[in-house]
Design a protein around this ligand. Structure first.
Ligand code: NAP
Length: 243
């Protein structure tokens, strides 16, 4: 039976490559994007590669879009096998330094609305469809920026980079990962968080060492784990990361 996947923020960057790599595994992939033109262009590009990709208008901070997405997938397939929560924003003024004393509450709220609340609302809405799958997989694209372990380790290269809004939103996403994995412990659904690495995208900048193709690999691998695979973990390239 065909596997069905949804990737949020699939119009560019790591999300776009994730859509491509999943579709290359003969998975039917819904490419979620908030911008209709960009979403359709991305769909078109991947269809010219003979991949089974369908654009779906999905701003994860819109409850209407979330409801439409759930209804659309339910009507067409009645189930969802893979959800990749990739969409996110970086709204802090800079990566470098520590803005915790001054970051405007609006920046915090706007960041959490997408990176955390949008992701949680979408996931909760899609859980009934994921429960209909024989092997539901939820992959949260997190970041080492959200890791307490990294931010307490003075020798870590990220120690000097403490953009508070983005980092806190990813810490909250990690908590969601652990709690949801626990809540679904008796189900066939596995929930994991991955760090893609430092990747050449709008969020990662062109200084980053990894291409989006390389950055998509951790999430794709976690989406394809079998029933013996982990749940409630945080990793990159299969290596555990500190929470
Ligand atoms: N790049 C890195 O070095 C790095 C490192 C660690 C973690 N990550 C994580 O990797 C994921 C992908 O980021 P990226 O690096 O590929 O950055 P990106 O190129 O900026 O992609 C972010 C994607 O999220 C989408 N998005 C933002 N807000 C949205 C919303 N409300 N609804 C739906 N889509 C929305 C963007 O859409 P628009 O085009 O419309 O803005 C875009 O498609 C993010 O979760 C990021 O935190 C990246």
């Amino acid at each position: 039976m065909t596997k069905i996947a949804l990737v949020t923020g699939g119009n560019k960057g790591i999300g776009f490559e994730t859509v491509r790599q999943l579709a290359q595994q003969n998975i039917k992939v819904f490419l979620g994007a908030r911008n209709e033109t960009e979403g359709k262009n991305a769909e078109e590009t991947l269809r010219t590669e003979s991949l089974d990709v369908t654009f779906i208008k999905l701003d994860i901070s819109s409850s209407d879009d979330i409801e439409n997405t759930r209804n659309f997938i339910e009507k067409q397939f009645g189930k969802l096998d893979i959800l990749i929560n990739n969409a996110a924003v970086f709204l802090d003024s800079a990566w470098f330094g520590n803005n915790t004393e001054t970051v405007p509450l609006k920046t915090l709220r706007d960041t959490f609305d997408i990176n955390y609340f949008g992701t949680v609302e979408l996931t909760q809405a899609l859980l009934p469809l994921l429960k209909k799958s024989d092997a539901g997989r939820i992959v949260n694209i997190s970041s080492v920026s959200g890791s307490f372990g990294v931010h307490l380790d003075q020798s870590h290269w990220l120690y000097q980079l403490k953009p508070y809004a983005y980092s806190a939103s990813k810490t909250a996403l990690n908590q969601f990962t652990v709690f949801l994995a626990n809540a679904l412990g008796d189900s066939k659904i596995k929930v994991n968080a991955v760090n893609p690495g430092w990747v050449q995208t709008s969020i990662g900048s062109d200084q980053a060492p990894l291409t989006p193709q390389e950055g998509a690999k951790s999430g794709v691998a976690m989406a394809l784990i079998d029933e013996n695979g982990p749940s409630g973990t945080f990793s990159q390239d299969g290596e555990a990361l500190p929470w």
